[in-house]
Design a protein around this ligand. Structure first.
Ligand SMILES: *Cc1c(COP(=O)(O)O)cnc(C)c1O
Length: 401
C-alpha cells in the first residue's frame, strides 16, 4: 500500500486525536527515517525526545531481541532478573535511593502525585483528602483525567471534566507566586524545568534554585517532570543540573525506553517511595524484564556514547547557526542543548506551514501550539547533519519570507 492509501485507512479507522504531517514512515535508522515510497527524511523531533539515542539503535535493538527470547513479562507477582539491575543502575546514575517503574510518562506523573499525597499523609501529617499540589500555568504532564485537570490549556480540558481536586495553579517562573500559594496543606510543587510542550519556555535564571529553597523551607516536595528534558536532551543529564538543584522527586520516561519500549519511572529517596506498601500501587507491565533490559541498555548508550556532552556541543553549535538566520517572521529562538524552539511572529501565518514546507525538503519538524517550531533531533546527531538541516531551514525561510 502506498502513503495515500495508508493515510485514508488511518483517517477512516483511527481516532483523530492527532494532526500528523502526512509522512508515512516505514523504516528508520539513527537520525534518518524513510517513508513508504522510499523518500528519506532527517527526524528533527525524535518522537518528542523518546528516541534520543536514535532510531533502532543497534545495541538497544539487540537488548530488546535478546531479552525477548528469554522472558518478557512476569508481572510483579514474581520477581525477575532485569528489574533489580535497572533499579540499581538508574539509582547509581542519578543519585536517588529508590525507583518505582511504570510505562507511560503520564503513569509516572500519576505515581509521583500518589507518592506526594502518601508522604503528605504519613510524614507531613496533612489531614486525609486535604493535601494540595502546586502546578504551573502552561504545564504539560500527560493526558489522564487527573493530569489534564490541572492543565491550563482549554483544548486539553474542554468536555473532559469533572476533574480531580487538590491542585493549585501558579504562573511559571514566578517564585513569589510559589511562596504565596504554599499553605499548611501543600504536599508538593510539580513543575517542568523547561516547559517543552508549551513552546520551549525557559524560566528566568535562578528560578529553580529559589523555588527549591522555598520548598525546602516549607517542607514541600520539589517534584520535577523531566520526562522530556531529562537524560541528556538539554545538554545536562537533567535540566535541573543547570542550577545544581536536586529534586526530591524526579520523573523520567520517553528516552528511558530508547524509542523501543515504553518505560517510565519515579525516582526519590527512601523517605518518599519507601512509604508505598504492597497493593497500594502497581502496574502489570511496570518493571517487566523486556522493558527493563531495554532501559538498561538505553542508559548505557547515553553514557557510553557521551550523548549528554554531544547534546550540549551540537546544541550550542546549532543555536549559533540559527542566530544567523534572517527572516522577518522570526520572533525569538531559544533553547538548551538540543531542545530548541523557534518562535514565529503572529503574522507569519503559523508554524504548521513551515513544518509542511520543511517536510517537503526532507526535514521532519513539528509545531508546538500555533507559532513555535521545535528543533529536537536525536542526540547522536553530528555537525555535518546539522549543517544539512540548517540549509533546509534557511531555504524554507527564504521561500516563505
Ligand atoms: C511526554 C510528556 C509526558 C507524558 O508522557 P506520555 O508517555 O506521553 O504519557 C509528561 N510530561 C512531559 C514533560 C512530557 O514531555
Amino acid at each position: 500500500m502506498d502513503s495515500k492509501d495508508l493515510i485514508i485507512l488511518e483517517d477512516l479507522y483511527g481516532a483523530k486525536n492527532y494532526h500528523p504531517l502526512d509522512v508515512v514512515v516505514s523504516k528508520a535508522k539513527g537520525i534518518w527515517v524513510w517513508d513508504v515510497e522510499g523518500n528519506k527524511y532527517l527526524d528533527f523531533l525524535s518522537a518528542y525526545s523518546a528516541v534520543n539515542q536514535g532510531h533502532c539503535h543497534p545495541r538497544i535493538v539487540k537488548a530488546l531481541t535478546e531479552q525477548a527470547k528469554e522472558v518478557t513479562l512476569t508481572s510483579r507477582a514474581f520477581r525477575n532478573d532485569q528489574w533489580p539491575m535497572l533499579a540499581k543502575e538508574i539509582c547509581d546514575l542519578t543519585g536517588y535511593e529508590q525507583v518505582l517503574p511504570m510505562n507511560s510518562g503520564a503513569e509516572a506523573v500519576e505515581t509521583a502525585i500518589k507518592a506526594a499525597r502518601k508522604w503528605a499523609a504519613k510524614t507531613k501529617g496533612i489531614p486525609q483528602d486535604q493535601s494540595e499540589i502546586i502546578t504551573c500555568a502552561n504545564n504539560f504532564h500527560g493526558r489522564t483525567i487527573t493530569i489534564i485537570g490541572f492543565s491550563t490549556e482549554p483544548l486539553y480540558r474542554k468536555d473532559f471534566g469533572p476533574f480531580t481536586p487538590g491542585f493549585v495553579n501558579i504562573p511559571f517562573g514566578d517564585t513569589e507566586a510559589l511562596e504565596e500559594a504554599i499553605s499548611p496543606h501543600t504536599a508538593a510543587f510539580l513543575f517542568e524545568p523547561i516547559q517543552a510542550e508549551a513552546g520551549i519556555i525557559i524560566p528566568p535564571g535562578g528560578y529553580l534554585e529559589k523555588a527549591k529553597e522555598i520548598c525546602e523551607k516549607n517542607n514541600v516536595l520539589f517534584m520535577a517532570d523531566e520526562i522530556q528534558t531529562g537524560l541528556g536532551r538539554v545538554g545536562k543529564l537533567f535540566a535541573c543540573d543547570y542550577e545544581n538543584v536536586k529534586p526530591d522527586v524526579m520523573i523520567v520516561g520517553k528516552s528511558l525506553g530508547g524509542g523501543c519500549y515504553a518505560v517510565s519511572a519515579v525516582l526519590s529517596m527512601r523517605e518518599v517511595l519507601g512509604l508505598f506498601a504492597p497493593g497500594e500501587h502497581g502496574s502489570t507491565f511496570g518493571g517487566n524484564p523486556l522493558g527493563c533490559a531495554v532501559a538498561r541498555e538505553s542508559l548505557k548508550v547515553i553514557r557510553e556514547e557521551n550523548l549528554v556532552t554531544n547534546a550540549a556541543e551540537q546544541g550550542d553549535y546549532f543555536m549559533s547557526k540559527l542566530a544567523t538566520l534572517k527572516s522577518r517572521h522570526i520572533k525569538e529562538i531559544r533553547g538548551k542543548g538540543l531542545l530548541i524552539g523557534l518562535e514565529l511572529k503572529e503574522e507569519a501565518g503559523g508554524a504548521r506551514r513551515f513544518c509542511e514546507a520543511l517536510a517537503k525538503e526532507g526535514l521532519l519538524c513539528k509545531e508546538t501550539h500555533e507559532n513555535v517550531i521545535r528543533f529536537a533531533p536525536p542526540l547522536v546527531i553530528k555537525q555535518k547533519d546539522l549543517n544539512w538541516a540548517f540549509k533546509k531551514i534557511k531555504d524554507v525561510f527564504k521561500a516563505l519570507d
